[in-house]
Ligand binder design. Structure first.
Ligand code: SF4
Ligand code: SF4
Length: 471
């Protein structure tokens, strides 16, 4: 991707390889897959309409107008159009570049917006230390009783509607970060003669709100013969920045992560320290796979960025690839009816669809139920539920209708944004279900087996294989 200032082009869409803009042949086959088109039946809110506007801007036939800007922020970035498109449209690139163009043009600019963007994108989400400080403050707010007081007192009514709606979507912050859990327990459990050496991205939201899922991921990998490392210098993957028009910060974060996971070696040595870079958040993985594209013009990083993109694996994808051990116990004393909701960025952004189902199907006591429209966006889409609450809630209600129709015990999904959104939907619709990552169900099944074995006082070796049976 080209830098418009460097190249002297008028805008970022003009800086794109023109073949990317030309791919769309206007057939309309993507329209039934596009949630914003299906809800509005408006051409400009369809992939075809949006791409036509992008091309017109690149051709100089259209200004970067406020209408275009609002349309680009109305788009979920769910990439369902990419899966549906027979012409192989690279909508992810077009989408990121268009949002960057909107920001560069300043058509949505206001002092408040500039401040929020600077604070969130450039200050908080560029530093793990600052994210962790924010998490500590939120944890105290949630656990000290202050939150219950604020909710009960009606103080929330004094807030603007946008902030009021945000409050129920704030995830529960966990006491311990991934690193703390790793230092206290998991680094001692790495196998002595590992079959694979892998590194885990702990993420930003995932690290503060779902460190238990990260711990489950590490534990499951270790029980499947992997040494797991947690690079100290890693930062947020940058997807939040790339999807919100801040490609410069996204590139900076990609460089930091490449240095942390694939450090440059002495001349002649390859930076091949790990077999795979594991991610368990669909949105992060989808972005991380494209570090090669993001840093293609960076002479210092392009080679390692390409290596990085080759090594990125979703956790379920990797488990299937290494032929993981199916557990011998169920995660619960009752049979669990599980509905699998597909994260858009896992399915459409990474092509990972079958593998999480294979992980779930391997677990005794799990009955995988068919969720209608399993791959239809739940309306989370990064921060879409904050920026476009009306459409986001429409999509959530549609999703919850399908979930209610099959009444599962567990909704399994592989992205923290979807977990937060669907948990909100469950509360809103008064349903009785919990939301879990597939890897957490697998970890719970392994753990139950470990406890069973411990009770029977069998040898430690029988934890792994007892009488030829897998754990
Ligand atoms: S990314 Fe999703 S919302 Fe946007 S055009 Fe494609 S299908 Fe529609
Ligand atoms: S994006 Fe693909 S499916 Fe949609 S109109 Fe263009 S070519 Fe057809």
């Amino acid at each position: 991707m080209n830098d418009p200032k460097k190249e002297g082009v008028e805008n970022l869409l003009q800086g794109l390889d023109y073949s990317v803009l030309q791919q769309c042949m206007h057939c309309g086959l993507c329209l039934p897959s596009c949630p914003t088109y299906v809800e509005t039946l408006r051409e400009r809110s369809s992939p075809r309409g949006r791409i036509a506007m992008m091309r017109a801007i690149a051709d100089g036939d259209l200004e970067t107008s406020r209408i275009f800007a609002e349309e680009m922020y109305f788009c979920l970035g769910c990439l369902a159009c990419e899966t549906a498109c027979p012409a192989g449209v690279d909508y992810a690139t077009l989408f990121e570049q268009s949002r960057a163009q909107v920001e560069a043009s300043g058509v949505l600019d206001s002092r408040g917006r500039r401040l929020v963007r600077a604070l969130a994108l450039r200050w908080i989400f560029t530093s793990r230390r600052r994210i962790s400080l924010l998490a500590k403050a939120l944890y105290l707010f949630q656990k000290s009783g202050l939150r219950s007081f604020v909710r009960a007192s009606g103080l929330l009514r004094l807030l603007p509607a946008s902030l009021r709606e945000l409050e129920p979507l704030t995830p529960e912050i966990q006491r311990a970060s991934t690193r703390t859990l790793y230092q206290q327990r998991y680094r001692f459990l790495n196998p002595g003669s590992p079959k694979y050496r892998v590194a885990l991205l702990s993420g930003c939201v995932q690290d503060i709100a779902f460190s238990d899922v990260n711990a489950d991921t590490i534990g499951v990998l270790q029980l499947n013969g992997c040494e797991v490392i947690l690079p100290e210098a890693q930062q947020c993957c940058g997807s939040l920045h790339a999807h919100n028009g801040d490609l410069a910060s996204a590139r900076d974060l990609a460089r930091v992560n490449i240095d942390a996971f694939l450090p440059k070696r002495a001349r002649g040595e390859e930076a091949e320290a790990v077999d795979a870079i594991i991610v368990n958040a669909g949105g992060c993985g989808s972005h991380m796979r494209h570090y090669d594209r993001l840093l293609a013009d960076d002479v210092d990083y392009a080679e390692r960025a390409a290596m990085w993109s080759r090594k990125v694996r979703d956790i379920c994808e990797f488990l299937v690839e290494i032929d993981f051990r199916p557990p011998a116990a169920s995660p619960d004393s009752d049979v669990l009816k599980v509905a699998y909701h597909e994260s858009c960025h896992l399915k459409h952004g990474q092509g990972v669809s079958d593998q999480p189902r294979r992980v779930l199907e391997s677990i005794p006591g799990v009955e995988l139920a068919q969720l209608p429209e399993a791959d239809w966006c739940c309306g989370s889409a990064g921060i879409y539920n904050i920026t476009q609450p009306e459409m986001s809630m429409k999509l959530l209600d549609r999703k919850m209708g399908h979930i209610a129709s099959i009444r599962p015990d567990v909704v399994a999904t592989g992205n923290p944004g979807c977990v937060i959104q669907i948990e909100h939907g469950i509360r809103k619709h008064g349903l009785d279900a919990r939301v879990q990552h597939p890897v957490s169900l697998l970890a719970a099944a392994y753990e139950r087996r470990r406890v069973e074995v411990a009770k029977r006082d069998l040898s430690p070796e029988s934890l792994i294989v007892e009488g030829g049976r897998p754990i």
